[in-house]
Design a protein around this ligand. Structure first.
Ligand code: IMP
Length: 498
């Protein structure tokens, strides 16, 4: 399929879905950015509704330039209005840095290309200090957060002690007073931390210092400030099409993920309307993005994980040569693949092979991601929660060259099968026994393939079998990181466009 055929077909499919939500199916890093960037061409507005600068969305512009965004939705390169909704936790410094980086790649960014909700919670230097403290207190039960202050931002918001972006513009004395309230509420905790020597040399800035720092950024933020719910509603009335871009994923949703090993906002499809201030029925259609081999960073249960988290986290640091292109990487992948196919590779080798092959490192933290097998019970749960009209299956090329791959088909808990669609809580999930089937793969390298009929027959069977197992059509199949490395499946497209 040529690029223009792909565009025409995507246009005819997504024409039917004026408001679409794109969310992740597993534990983040599924390639939501790439899919949102691809679909942004068929929408007028791309809006983030959850998360904050903890997200790391990587995508390529249509002319092959790499973009990494943390807060700005992935519609900037396509020239779409990018909205940071009220459900997003906003670090202004990070946002301005991202805008500068984007301008280096895309050229000057027009005023109003990015809108920030005036009532989103704003980051202060107090948040990461609190976060580090809570992590310390958790000890062995540490969440291993991204360190962006997300939990305290969301938590203090719920305690009605958060400061909002728009409050920076409500007069300097008002703003200082609001930051003083925050400071004073936290002060007993900070003093006790200092007394117990838990501040690790960090000086707690005064409310005035924090206010001055934020107010210095305010002039650059002012043009972006918006009542985004009202703005989106108005645009919708004038016929605008809205793409809601999820961050984190189902497994990291505060309530529906693997609590407490989750992030702190609502990252399932239900969060879209809430985070953007639109009526609940707005996003009736969801595209669930999931990797053929899911990954997880940080702590928390991961039933289909192949090997240890700790080992995965450190691996890119201890073997940097394997994470850059060159001979050592190519030789390593070749040798392990032979062992995997001969059945002589250990789980550790297999996990590391996929980690290297997929360059599984976090875009925000650089931490190594741990890899798991395709997990049908988890996906059935994510499908039940998000009720997607279709799936986008990313990184399908990672199965190239393998004879077979285990796929988790059921969970066994205390000797009983877990009913399809149900998910045990974290404290039980750690003990589920995943039952696997071995699915055939294919010898040919399919990276960069963009035509369904050029896929080997076993790859096509893999997709139809997966569709049957999950009961949801697979519309898009990612075969590499680039914009064009995507297969649009004709049968699914026809059904969805009908
Ligand atoms: P926080 O969002 O920084 O509080 O981190 C909470 C958990 O979510 C940690 O395990 C993080 O590794 C994980 N997490 C947060 N954002 C992302 C993401 O964008 N991709 C993958 N994991 C994430």
């Amino acid at each position: 399929m040529t690029q223009s055929e792909l565009s025409r077909t995507l246009e005819s499919v997504f024409e039917k879905y004026p408001n679409l939500c794109v969310v992740g199916g597993a534990f983040g890093d599924e390639g939501k950015g790439k899919i949102a960037a691809l679909l942004s061409h068929y929408y007028d507005v791309v809006a983030r509704f959850a998360g904050g600068s903890n997200a790391g969305h990587t995508y390529f512009t249509s002319d092959g330039k790499k973009m990494v965004s943390h807060l700005i939705p992935c519609g900037l390169a396509a020239g779409k209005t990018c909205v940071i909704g009220r459900g997003v936790l906003v670090n202004l410094e990070s946002l301005l840095g991202e805008l500068d980086a984007a301008a280096q790649i895309l050229g000057p960014i027009p005023a109003k290309a990015v809108l920030v909700d005036q009532q989103s919670v704003v980051w202060t230097p107090y948040h990461p200090i609190l976060e580090a403290y809570f992590e310390q207190v958790r000890g062995a039960g540490m969440i291993k957060t991204t360190g962006q202050g997300i939990g305290p931002m969301a938590g203090l918001h719920r305690l009605r002690t958060g400061v909002l972006v728009g409050e920076l513009f409500a007069g300097s004395s008002y703003c200082k007073e609001r930051l003083k309230q925050l400071h004073d509420a936290l002060w007993p905790l900070f003093s006790e931390m200092a007394r117990r020597d838990l501040l690790r040399g960090i000086n707690i800035p005064s409310a005035d210092q924090v206010a001055d720092g934020l107010l210095a950024l305010a002039p650059k933020i002012r043009p972006m400030l918006s009542d985004t719910s009202f703005e989106l509603c108005g645009r919708q009335k004038r016929g605008a099409r809205i793409l809601a871009e999820g961050a984190q994923s189902t497994g990291l949703d505060l309530s529906w993920g693997t609590y407490p090993f989750v992030s702190s906002t609502m990252s399932t499809a239900a969060g879209a309307a809430l985070g953007l201030g639109l009526p609940p029925a707005t996003f009736r259609h969801t595209l669930l993005v999931t990797k053929v081999l899911p990954t997880r960073v940080g702590a928390g249960p991961f039933p289909s994980e192949i090997w240890e988290r700790e080992s995965a986290e450190q691996f890119p640091k201890s073997h940097p040569e394997l994470f850059r292109s060159g001979k050592p990487r190519a030789q390593y992948l070749k040798n392990v693949l032979v062992a995997v196919n001969a059945g002589s590779a250990s789980n550790k080798d297999i996990a590391r092979y996929f980690q290297v092959l997929g360059d599984e490192r976090g875009a925000t933290t650089g931490r190594g991601r741990s890899v798991g097998y395709l997990d049908l019970p988890w996906l059935r749960y994510a499908i039940r929660l998000n009720q997607p009209m279709a799936l986008a299956l990313t990184r399908f090329d990672m199965l190239s060259g393998l004879k077979r791959i285990p796929v988790v088909t059921e969970y066994l808990l205390n000797g009983q099968l877990v009913p399809a669609g149900q998910m045990p809580p974290s404290w039980e999930l750690a003990y589920v026994k995943p039952l696997c089937e071995s699915w055939p793969c294919w010898p040919d390298d399919i990276s960069g393939c963009c035509q369904e009929d050029l896929l080997p027959q076993s790859a096509r069977h893999f997709l139809t079998k997966l569709e049957r197992e999950l009961g949801v059509p697979i519309l898009l199949v990612g075969t590499g990181p680039k914009h064009a490395d995507i297969i649009l499946r004709a049968g699914a497209a026809e059904r969805l466009a009908a």
